[in-house]
Design a protein around this ligand. Structure first.
Ligand SMILES: [Fe+2]
Length: 392
């Protein structure tokens, strides 16, 4: 019996101890869970706060971007509206989606406004409703840029407008086009006036040079027509050598007055029959210098005074007045030197009869490369072989 009691007490104690241990374990477990939960709650709260902060930050950034975009959009709109070029935006059907003030003033002066034009087919706008433009506008749908110049007439106002069309794509699909209109009327008219003024100025220069040429030949009747003939041959040589138009004009004008300095040579020397003496020749040689000094005072668009100054220079330095050599002499002066020699030898002079073209060509061929520029001699000889003749 006593043993039974002892066993019962032992079992009860063990059971109680186990119960206490399990209870303690459960309490500890609950406490730990509680701690972990609180920690998780704290982390979650922090994360939530961070998230809220980030959302607020991004929202602010977005608002700033929106504001910037709006400002940019307004600026672009302002720029497009006030652009000096006419700008028209077409949708894919080629209806007008947008047009600025300038395009409106080009297409519809005075009585209409922007809203009247919106939604209209561009091909139905009178200025575009003409042969050629319909097919040109179709080119835009094929992805091609188009360009053309048209004369638009509205209420008796005539304007010359340059039109350029550029196709526009959205995500690779044709979404319409932008047309740029430039009213070039004023600049074209100004350009025309400038061209007219330049032509008049060129003609006036030609007339003045012609008058100067006559004046110099009045005092020297034996060389009358000489400068004109030299100019004729020099221009033909220049063309044969393919020199540019600008240079050719300089050759022509310089040749027409290359002997203008002879007005300083006494007429009894110029018209003296027979050969002139050494001293007299020195006086005659002064005409290059005089011509230069006279012409250097005039601001020609060509180096006429220099060409005249150099027309008696020779490649080897044996010419006058400065004994220039090779590249020191302008091509224009080299051309006139050859034309001058050939013309003088084929013409009658008070001290000798005309020597003829064969002798003249012999002279330049013999001295080709020594006195005369080879390319100029070749061009001159070729011209006469082709049948060149002075017109009078
Ligand atoms: Fe001369």
């Amino acid at each position: 019996m006593e043993n039974q009691i002892q066993a019962f007490v032992l079992i009860s104690s063990i059971t109680l101890a186990l119960f206490v241990l399990i209870s303690v374990y459960l309490i500890i477990r609950l406490k730990l869970n509680d701690i972990l939960l609180k920690r998780s709650e704290g982390k979650l709260k922090n994360f939530n706060e961070t998230l809220q902060y980030m959302v607020a930050e991004k929202t602010e950034e977005l608002q700033i971007s929106e504001k910037k975009f709006k400002n940019l959009y307004e600026l672009n709109k302002e720029v497009l509206e006030n652009s000096p070029a006419g700008i028209i935006k077409l949708n894919r059907k080629h209806e007008i989606e947008f047009l600025n003030h300038e395009s409106l003033s080009i297409l519809l002066p005075e009585n209409k406004n922007q809203d009247d034009m919106l939604g209209q087919l561009i091909s139905q706008i009178p200025q575009f409703n003409r042969a050629g433009w319909a097919s040109l506008l179709i080119q835009l749908k094929k992805g091609k840029e188009i360009e053309g110049e048209e004369t638009f007439i509205q209420q008796s106002k005539k304007s010359i407008v340059k039109v350029k069309g550029v196709p526009v794509y959205e995500e690779g699909i044709y979404s319409g086009a932008v047309l740029l209109l430039n009213d070039n009327t004023e600049s074209i008219l100004a350009e025309d006036k400038l061209k007219q003024s330049f032509t008049m100025l060129q003609k006036a220069t030609g007339d003045i040079i012609q008058a100067m040429s006559y004046t110099s030949e009045i005092r020297d009747p034996y060389t009358a027509g000489h400068q004109k003939k030299v100019a004729e041959l020099a221009v033909a040589i220049g063309k044969e050598m393919n020199i540019n138009e600008e240079q050719l004009q300089g050759v022509k004008f310089a040749a027409m007055i290359h002997d203008i300095g002879k007005i300083s040579v006494p007429s009894d020397i110029l018209s003296k029959p027979g050969k002139i003496g050494k001293t007299e020749f020195e006086v005659v040689k002064g005409h290059s210098q005089t011509g230069y000094e006279l012409l250097d005072k005039i601001n020609f668009p060509w180096p006429i005074s220099i060409i005249v100054y150099q027309h008696h220079e020779k490649l080897d330095g044996s010419g006058y007045p400065n004994g220039l050599k090779g590249d020191e002499i302008l091509l224009e002066a080299k051309i006139i030197a050859v034309a001058d020699t050939v013309e003088a030898m084929t013409s009658h002079r008070p001290y000798r009869p005309a020597l003829g073209i064969d002798k003249a060509l012999d002279e330049i061929i013999t001295n080709k490369g020594r006195l005369y520029e080879p390319a100029v001699v070749d061009a001159c000889v070729h011209l006469f072989k082709q049948g060149f003749k002075f017109t009078n």
